[in-house]
Design a protein around this ligand. Structure first.
Ligand code: FMN
Length: 196
């Protein structure tokens, strides 16, 4: 009763949404990915810095190179998902800041002149955006399979550069047969929320 979001949308995004481990062959199109991005780009980040970058791994050759860097238990699903995305944090996001945060253009150097400060901020905010992205995948009627079981240095060297830090790899598609284990419990409100 306290939520204004339509109950069917609540189910689609959270209650019935699951982390898929198998997928059907149905392709995921660039149009779907664009619709997802154009929705989730409105999720908030510090000073609107928007450091998430998304690498779509589409070719069979690139997929094969990625699978080699995945943990053994993640290889099969990464090899067979209709679409796989590498989510990374752009540590040079400040170059775009005068455009993204026009009422404080000096922030580019005054706040984010230091690389370590940028890396910490990019890691936090790109991870927030990765969460928005996962929910956006669900909003498109698809399932996401985020994974951090991988060789991060290997993925960075193979697909990115020194300015882009990989955060996770996400399998995307319609859930296939036996796509998930039974739902694991979540912590209850009383275990998580304190009031001071
Ligand atoms: C950041 C992140 C990393 C994850 N890494 C892996 C992984 O490497 N391998 C895997 O099988 N599942 C991975 N998972 C899946 C989680 O175990 C799964 O989302 C969680 O148990 C909830 O499952 P449910 O959505 O089906 O309830 C990851 C999930 C997240 C969000």
């Amino acid at each position: 009763m306290s939520l204004v979001l339509d109950p069917a949308a609540q189910d689609l995004l959270f209650r019935e949404a699951r982390t898929a481990n198998t997928f059907t062959d149905e392709p995921v199109t660039d149009e779907q990915v664009q619709a997802i991005y154009d929705l989730v780009k409105y999720g908030p980040t510090s000073m609107n810095q928007s450091p998430l970058r998304i690498t779509l791994v589409r070719s069979a050759e690139a997929r094969e190179r990625l699978v080699r860097h995945m943990a053994e238990g993640n290889q099969k699903k990464t090899a067979t998902a209709p679409l796989v995305a590498i989510l990374s944090a752009d540590n040079e996001f400040h170059e775009e800041l005068p455009e993204l945060f026009p009422h404080f253009p000096q922030a580019k150097d005054a706040v984010f002149g230091d690389r370590v400060i940028r890396e910490n901020s990019a890691a936090l905010n790109a991870t927030l955006q990765a969460a928005y992205f996962i929910i956006g995948v669900r909003a498109a009627g698809l399932a996401a399979g985020p994974m951090t079981g991988l060789d991060f240095a290997g993925v960075q060297k193979e697909f990115l550069d020194d300015d882009h830090t990989p955060l996770m790899v996400v399998n995307i598609g319609k859930p296939g047969e036996d796509a998930w284990f039974p739902r694991s419990p979540r912590l209850g409100y009383e275990q998580v929320v304190t009031t001071v």
